[in-house]
Design a protein around this ligand. Structure first.
Ligand code: HEM
Length: 396
């Protein structure tokens, strides 16, 4: 039972940064999330976060975004453009699967579509396990599928990825910039058991792929409606990078990946007028907090890429979290917000804005005859499918 529900932006921030309110959202999803970074607190969390954070440097993001990602994206897009149509959910997962596998450190030696699909199928199973708190499926069945998927993941991908990195370490060769390499390099300090190491990498794969794919589909949906309402055009959004990035941030604000964060009191404490005992649960309503009119104005519930936020308030609200568990992929996916009045740099646009820009450039429009379908396997407001067409008209 939840003892406190926090809905204002200020209360949400206070809860997310409170050192005695610890992670509780993934308790039901321990088959894939048990001992993963996001479930840890205190010294263990801090130690592992520092090791992994070394992957997430802005310099690396800029390079990845301007070199490797465009290649990866055009490879994935090619068959969809040739067919003139796509399901955005499927397309989003295929792109983000490769992206997060690169960051997590999961090698794909064949590099073909079948291999991406095989990894994707496993990661989608991990996702249903990780978000069990919001699942409408039978929890026992989901957990059983996760256990099988984890074994298949070891056989098909992880064991070989570990072996390659261990060999590089033994030969004192440079390691790739990924989470698995950092963890193996710090094994003496961290002492992760093989099952924990496996769950950590599985967590990364699903955390990155799932949220990025959903963020892209939600952003395109908002952009379609904004264009249809006569507020802008695909051409303008492609030309004005700052406006495009703001449109994606505005969509992220309105549609946080998880509608709530959940924390448990590790000691008696008081927050936002609620007196809590050890073990009491606090729900942080990110959807409400991100629509707080005191922070985002009277039209906070509307999509408005021209919105100006006050200093210290992120345009995407709390959608990448805040405090100890703040998202590691924030700058990569959302890009770097330019200083007021400045234009966003191309290499800092962010993966989700870059994806939206690329799709608009290929003339993406909603498929006339097929409506998008909601995902009914979760209470999270995700799309299960989103059919689109490519008109081939290059917007810019
Ligand atoms: C648009 C895409 C994304 C969104 C909306 C998102 C959102 C979030 C949120 C809200 C949290 C905090 C959860 C909490 O406080 O309970 C989080 C944590 C995290 N995210 Fe993301 N995320 C995204 C993409 C990524 C990517 C691409 C990666 C890496 C490949 C990533 C890695 C992480 C990690 C490692 C944490 C845990 C940090 C910790 O506990 O110390 N995320 N994310």
């Amino acid at each position: 039972m939840i003892q406190a529900k926090l809905t204002s932006y200020a209360d949400a921030m206070a809860a997310l940064k409170h050192p005695l309110l610890v992670q509780a959202l993934y308790d039901a999803g321990s088959s894939v999330m048990g001992d993963a970074l996001i479930t840890l607190d205190g010294d263990e969390h801090a130690q592992r976060r520092v090791v992994e954070f070394a992957v997430f440097k802005r310099r690396f993001f800029r390079e990845y975004q301007s070199k490797k990602f465009p290649e990866l994206l055009s490879q994935v897009l090619e068959p969809y453009l040739a067919a003139g149509e796509a399901d955005l959910v499927e397309l989003g997962y295929r792109v983000t699967m490769n992206l997060t596998a690169d960051l997590a450190g999961v090698d794909r030696p064949c590099g073909d579509v079948e291999e991406t699909q095989a990894l994707l199928a496993l990661v989608r199973t991990f996702s249903t396990g990780a978000t069990l708190a919001h699942s409408t499926l039978d929890h026992g069945e989901v957990n059983a599928r996760v256990v099988t998927a984890l074994d298949q993941f070891s056989d098909k991908f992880l064991d070989a990825s570990i072996a390659r990195r261990k060999q590089l370490i033994a030969q004192e060769q440079p390691l790739p910039n990924d989470v698995l390499s950092k963890l193996l390099g710090a094994q003496e300090q961290l002492q992760l058991s093989p099952p924990v190491l496996r769950r950590e990498i599985a967590f990364y794969l699903q955390a990155g792929a799932h949220s990025t794919a959903n963020a892209m589909v939600q952003a395109i949906d908002e952009v379609f409606r904004w264009i249809a309402g006569g507020h802008s055009s695909a051409q303008l959004l492609c030309e004005q990078k700052t406006l495009l990035q703001s449109a994606v941030h505005e969509s992220l604000r309105l549609h946080p990946a998880s509608p709530v964060a959940l924390r448990r009191a590790a000691a008696p404490l008081e927050i936002a007028g609620h007196v809590l005992k050890v073990g009491d649960l606090v729900e942080v309503d990110l959807v409400q907090a991100n629509r707080d009119p005191n922070v985002f104005g009277d039209d906070a519930h509307q999509f408005n890429p021209h919105r100006q936020t006050k200093p210290g308030v992120w345009p995407f609200g709390l959608s990448f979290g805040y405090g100890n568990h703040a998202c590691m992929g924030r700058d990569l996916d959302g890009g770097v917000v330019p200083k007021p009045g400045a234009e966003v740099e191309s290499a800092s646009l962010g993966i989700v804005p870059l994806l939206v820009q690329t799709l608009l450039r290929h003339g993406v429009v909603p498929a006339a005859q097929q409506a998008p379908q909601a995902d009914t396997t979760t209470s999270r407001p995700n799309f299960a499918s989103y059919p689109v067409r490519f008109t081939g008209e290059k917007a810019a």
